[in-house]
Design a protein around this ligand. Sequence first.
Ligand code: PLP
Length: 359
Amino acid sequence: MRVFNFCAGPASMPQAVLSEAQKDLLSWQGKGMSVMEMSHRGHDFVSIAEQAEADLRSLLHIPAHYKVLFLQGGASQQFAQIPMNLLRGGDHADYVLTGMWSAKAAVEARKFTKVHVPASDEAYGFRTVPAFDTWNLSDKAAYLHYTPNETIHGVQFNYIPEVAAPLVADCSSCLLSEPMDVSKFGLIYAGAQKNIGPAGLVVVIVREDLLGQALPGIPTMLDYKVAADHASMYNTPPTFSWYLAGLVFRWLKNHGGLEAMATINRRKAKKLYGCIDQSGGFYQNPVSPSYRSIMNVPFTLMDPALEKTFLKDAEAEGLVNLAGHRSVGGLRASIYNAVPEEGVDTLVSFMQEFQRRMG
Ligand SMILES: *Cc1c(COP(=O)(O)O)cnc(C)c1O
């Protein structure tokens, strides 16, 4: 039996995708072998890889002057790879801090360059996005980095900052959750294990003119230009993760694309925040309402001593992985594309019933 899995990552995958992968596991399309046993340079895998890229391009309407790279090392490796590639002779970059992931990205960037922080909510515990008209942007930043959706704190931007420097966005937990105007960005990256596919893959979408000016001495494997020139196959890519990401892209296309996803995701989030807000304080979410994430919903119980019982009773109902991140505690429901609306409905009913029993 399948459970409703609210894990922040690695996260739930669409069941239809898993079934398709299962059907093709021993013999992909009658070829007598699994995708994970194929040469990455062979015709079959190259066609899988190209189709995945084409489907992602069509889902996000990625303009032709952007490269799509399928890389390894997770989003955390991008924290280093971005300054190594995008400083382009500049002496600093801007980093907006709205949660733990943007803060970590800034710490890593400091190994390579000066970091200027135009805006930060750290002093207030990461509960909001500082208003854009309060940002103190630097002159001639090589780029501005921000995290549109903070997976741990559940803080999500509801606007795209308009800045002169190329915009770099860590979309690990929000890519494909709704339409996005790629042309406003210099670089977008996302670790796959949240809303794309299995761990081991990170997707980078980068404007072509930003490539080819990496720091001298950069390891070959970390140079975006090398990856772009080799269609992400300078070395052996994570073929099976790439294939599964491709199945997810096709599943999204078959389900109405990102407009349809956004409608469902907004409805799911509204139900869950509604349950929290209407609980009279039994459940609480600390984030300012206009910046609440539609993907990651952290919440606390009025009586934190009930958390263990909440998690145990939820699990007994097939609602799993609801503990908050170890750094902040509390509870969290990640409700990515692959978490069906029925999962959120079941969670909301459970939360209401739990409150009746314990409140
Ligand atoms: C999960 C996550 C990361 C870290 O991803 P890894 O692939 O484990 O390195 C970075 N940024 C955001 C926003 C995330 O959600």
